[in-house]
Design a protein around this ligand. Structure first.
Ligand code: T3D
Length: 266
């Protein structure tokens, strides 16, 4: 029996997806995409899941597109993607969209090198927590491609145009510590502390009102190209909605009762 290329485990409200092709640093094949997107979809549809974590098996997080995958070259009869451009439309576009619009927070737990689309898959997540030994590489320019999986949108928003261009044009390796310093990722921790820190963050998020967290992500993303007035207006609209929610009532009640709130995403 062939091993799954994406391992899925659940622990209460936390669901972990582990990219599982360690021999190639979890480089993404068509077969792996065929497991990854449905795994994300299943997590999105599972009412018990309140936080999703994505990590890699072995010493890498994800080396991006598997450059030896026959499907990428349109030479795999099981996958009718017709070459590089089609592959992006067929796999990376829905993957990036799915991660960015998950109904729960998503944490990238970057255990090792994240290159090409692997780097941008991590950056699509709401939090990127990386091991100190991990690194981020916009490997595309080195093989004559442009950043995909959302890289051209994400990079300038995270670190500004100068650094976005520097990272994308050189394809240089960026150590996790420097990635944290420049605001590309949320936090870098010692290797031995990575999984524990990720679980602690996930457990903390799982206790919060998920609907409000997801609405916040959406507002921040939508506000980027807006003028100040438009951003104020969309905040008001969301607050009107959330202000009528049971979670808001619970949050206020718990505050005055000096107890921990219990949110139900209603
Ligand atoms: O339509 C489309 O599909 C286009 C989509 C493009 C999206 C992209 O992601 S393009 C960018 C693709 N990724 C890369 O170009 C990165 C290539 N890999 C590397 O540069 C290096 O492997 C790393 C810097 C990531 C890590 O270096 P290192 O020295 O730690 O490891 P290594 O020895 O290079 O790699 C270990 C093994 O993984 C090795 O196999 P081997 O020799 O032990 O049998 C290597 O070939 C394999 N591997 C690493 N990356 C890939 C890969 N195999 C296939 N595809 C890879 N991307």
């Amino acid at each position: 029996m062939t091993e799954p290329t994406v391992l899925v485990t659940s622990d209460g409200a936390l669901r972990t997806l582990t990219l599982n092709r360690p021999d190639s640093l979890n480089a993404l094949t068509a077969a792996m995409h065929d497991e990854l997107l449905p795994a994300l979809q299943a997590a999105a549809e599972d009412c018990a899941t309140r936080v999703v974590l994505i990590t890699g098996a072995g010493r890498g997080f994800c080396a991006g597109q598997d450059l030896s995958d026959p499907a990428m070259l349109g030479a795999d009869p099981d996958h009718d993607a017709g070459g590089v451009g089609d592959f992006v439309t067929r796999y990376y576009l829905p993957l990036a969209q799915r991660v960015r619009t998950m109904p729960v927070p998503v944490i990238a737990v970057v255990n090792g090198v994240a290159a090409g689309a692997g780097s941008n898959l991590a950056l699509c997540c709401d939090f990127v927590l990386a091991a100190r030994s991990a690194s981020f590489i916009q490997a595309f320019s080195r093989i004559g491609l442009v950043p995909d999986c959302g890289g051209t949108w994400l990079l300038p928003r995270l670190v500004g145009r100068a650094r976005a261009l520097g990272l994308a044009l050189t394809g240089d390796k960026l150590p996790a510590e420097e990635a944290e310093r420049m605001g590309l990722i949320w936090r870098c921790v010692d290797d031995a502390a990575l999984q524990g820190s990720a679980r602690a963050l996930a457990a903390e998020l799982a206790l919060l009102p998920i609907r409000a967290l997801v609405e916040t992500r959406q507002l921040i993303d939508a506000a980027m190209p807006m003028d100040f007035g438009a951003a104020l207006a969309q905040e008001a609209a969301s607050q009107q909605l959330l202000g009528r929610s049971a979670d808001f009532a619970e949050g206020v009640a718990a505050f005055f009762a000096k107890r921990a709130p219990v949110f139900k995403d209603l």
